[in-house]
Design a protein around this ligand. Structure first.
Ligand SMILES: [Zn+2]
Ligand SMILES: [Zn+2]
Ligand SMILES: [Zn+2]
Length: 327
């Protein structure tokens, strides 16, 4: 993520809604990819210091669930990110508003990354609750996943306690809401990025054959676990389950790494972002070691508990080449 500043000079963040130093109201303009600051005023229209007129997305005054802007002269209502929602949680249920706000934040970060790569096609989103959380809903079980351009997230994944419980149960060292969005987005972008005979041949050489029976592979993975040497070949244990899961996991890591490198560069801590450095993966390797040590100094889990083995490097470089020609 890049770095933002208020017109008063205060450092701001992608999530910021108000400047803590000067009180200006803030909003993110997805067109210019800038966080804009506005003097507090009356009425729905906001004039930025650069002259443009904007409005807040409706989900901001209604639910505090969005900090994005729309042009004041366009259709009022929802921003480019909120318009992608097909189903949002039942907000009359206690606790659901907080979970939905977290889901929206992770989703906006995903959309920021996708548009940064030049994508114009966007997934749609369904945020669903199942009977394990709410006995009154229709779905007994909601599985987080992607199908036909729609990403479904079980909203329990936005609940820290539930997500940690699943993480323990699955012996995972990393399970985050943003990670889910990025993984499912990997499935979404596959047909856009692997769209030519050449890219499909490249994919099969690096990831395997996507036509391999899927249900059987997943069943074998859940019954017998990953192959013992998966760390030498895959970015995560789950990536070793099937080539399409390897792709989705690798794409998620591509977004983790490129976002983190952009952040590090914005803070003067990395020489380059993925777009400008030939050796961005080894730069990330060094940075992630430091990041993990920092976390241990603070008594918290490793931020990036992964080792990027040589075959994984080749897959990430392949995704980078394809993503560079997206859009
Ligand atoms: Zn300010
Ligand atoms: Zn919005
Ligand atoms: Zn998947």
């Amino acid at each position: 993520m890049k770095s933002f500043h208020c017109s008063c000079g205060q450092r701001l963040f992608f999530e910021s809604t108000d400047c803590v130093a000067c009180g200006r109201v803030l909003g993110f303009d997805p067109e210019s990819r800038q966080l804009l600051s506005f003097a507090p005023g009356k009425g729905p229209n906001l004039q930025s210091a650069h002259g443009g007129w904007f409005r807040h997305c409706r989900n901001r005054p209604d639910y505090g669930a969005c900090n994005w802007l729309l042009p004041a002269d366009g259709q009022p209502g929802y921003c480019a990110a909120c318009r992608l929602n097909d189903v949002v949680p039942d907000l009359t249920r206690p606790g659901n508003l907080l979970l939905w706000q977290r889901l929206e934040l992770a989703k906006r970060r995903l959309i920021y990354s996708l548009t940064g790569l030049g994508f114009t096609a966007m997934p749609r989103f369904r945020f669903l609750e199942d009977q394990q959380r709410n006995p009154d809903v229709a779905d007994a079980v909601v599985v987080t996943g992607h199908a036909d351009g729609v990403i479904t997230i079980n909203i329990a994944e936005a609940d820290d306690a539930s997500r940690h419980a699943v993480r323990e149960q699955m012996f995972e060292r990393y399970r985050t809401l943003l990670g889910h969005f990025r993984h499912e987005c990997g499935h979404f972008v596959f047909p856009y990025l692997v769209s030519t005979p050449e890219s499909l041949a490249g994919f099969r050489e690096l990831f395997g054959d996507e036509r391999a029976p899927y249900a059987e592979a997943l069943q074998a993975y859940y019954e017998a676990g990953p192959s013992p040497d998966w760390q030498a070949t895959h970015v995560s244990a789950y990536a070793s389950a099937h080539p399409v899961e390897d792709w989705a996991e690798s794409f998620a890591h591509y977004l983790h790494i490129t976002d983190a490198l952009e952040t590090a560069a914005a803070f003067g801590m990395a020489g380059a972002t993925a777009g400008s450095s030939a050796d961005w993966i080894s730069e990330w390797g060094q940075l992630s070691v430091m990041l993990n040590e920092m976390n241990r100094s603070l008594g918290i889990d490793d931020a990036y508990p992964f080792v990027i083995a040589a075959p994984v490097v080749r897959r990430l470089q392949f995704i980078h080449r394809l993503a560079g020609s997206a859009g």
